[in-house]
Write a protein that binds this ligand. Structure first.
Ligand code: ZN
Length: 394
């Protein structure tokens, strides 16, 4: 019983003590499993592998009846590397509490969130026993911070094969801004890179009539690209943003017109676009611009790093917003945002309505990652409220 504790601060600390840098687990999932089995959850260890990737441990756990609503909580127990250990005030895998803050890698992203949901579930079951009309489950992966190939995406496939249907899902990534529950996420922007290569005709700068300078062409071309906004954004998304992060010529001679110039275009795009539509958009601009000369051409390669998605505000975001307001006493609804990096919600949204709600997004991936202990209590209270409202027991 010593290693079973449902206090969210102590449970977060137990999880921090497992140095579970992706793809290593180091006992983290076992701690989650033991805490859930102790309150009668049915647990499945799902270990996935794929050629060329690391094997990963995952966990699916559930409790309740199949003939009611099914609410899942999703999260990851893996963490990012610690960086320089000498820069940490306290050992990153000790879980030291100092001045009301719990320090450690994963405290914010997102062992704290997992501990809060387990703690809330324990309180919910203590109070209502198993007399709730539906099912609560946990989708916990050890593969979020790296490739995310042997994690959530495969657990969801497994659930589909087993005909286990989830109605709604809360992802416990840190989303809050200043106080717990003031910001939820209902989608994310996408990201894509285009690597451009403009080819002209090399020559002497004194004989420019016999050459075609690709630098001039690429500068002017990129100028047209950044002069017109892709869109103006919409109710849920900021305008898409085009950035030119690199421009290279690699020519050292001042009297030579180079043959090649290259550049990168990075686009953070909203739900008005996808990789294919942006590729067409770029190709059209290239065709228009480079058709002006038959001495030069421009080609590009693509690197897609993440799709944009939106879960339209609905039942779940409304319910979670109400719970946040009730617990934190705010007189306005939480912001429904789509900013920041990517998360496993991008896979879950294909299965059910998903909302992200978690701790304050502030120190994740940094040295001295930490979370206020009172925030862990607050998030636990909000999660408990969500469970009660969801199952009509408030
Ligand atoms: Zn995370």
């Amino acid at each position: 019983m010593n290693d079973i504790n449902y206090d969210p601060v102590i449970l977060t600390k137990l999880l921090i003590k497992c140095p579970s840098i992706t793809p290593k687990d180091m006992g983290a999932l076992n701690i989650v499993q033991k805490h859930l089995e102790y309150i009668d959850f049915n647990c499945f260890n799902l270990n996935f592998s794929e050629a060329g990737t690391d094997d990963v441990k995952n966990l699916f756990a559930s409790i309740g009846k199949s003939n009611g609503k099914h609410l899942a909580f999703a999260g990851h127990t893996d963490v990012v590397p610690i960086g320089d250990i000498n820069s940490w005030k306290f050992h990153p895998f000790e879980g030291v509490v100092s001045n009301g803050k719990l320090y450690g890698r994963g405290s914010e992203d997102m062992k704290g969130g997992i501990a809060c949901f387990i703690s809330a579930t324990k309180k919910f079951l203590d109070k209502h026993k198993k007399n709730f009309n539906g099912k609560i489950s946990f989708i916990i992966t050890g593969d979020e911070e790296k490739e995310a190939i042997n994690g959530t995406i495969k657990i969801l496939k497994w659930l589909k094969e087993k005909k286990i249907k989830i109605d709604h899902c809360i992802v416990g990534e840190p989303t809050s801004n200043k106080i717990i529950g003031d910001k939820l996420k209902i989608g994310r922007r996408g990201s894509i890179n285009f690597y451009l290569k403009a080819k002209g005709v090399q020559g002497h700068t004194a004989n420019s009539n016999r050459a075609e300078n690709p630098v001039h062409l690429l500068i002017k071309f990129l100028n047209t690209i950044i002069s017109e906004p892709l869109d103006n954004g919409n109710e849920f998304f900021l305008p898409s943003s085009i950035q030119i992060p690199t421009f290279n010529v690699n020519n050292t001679a001042a009297n030579v017109i180079p043959e090649v110039a290259t550049a990168t275009i990075n686009i953070r795009y909203n739900n008005k676009h996808n990789a294919e539509s942006l590729q067409e958009w770029l190709q059209k601009h290239i065709d228009n611009y480079f058709s002006l000369t038959d001495k030069a051409s421009c080609s590009f390669t693509i690197d897609k790093t993440g799709k944009s998605f939106l879960t339209k505000p609905g039942f779940l975001s409304k319910l979670v917003s109400e719970c946040c307001r009730e617990i934190n006493g705010l007189n306005s609804n939480p912001e429904l945002a789509t900013d920041g990096g990517t998360s496993d919600a991008r896979f879950i949204k294909d299965y059910c309505e998903v909302v992200e709600l978690g701790l304050i997004n502030k120190t994740l991936h940094q040295v001295n990652e930490n979370v206020k202990t009172k925030d862990l209590e607050q998030l636990t209270n909000i999660y408990l409220k969500v469970l009660e409202k969801y199952f009509g027991l408030n």
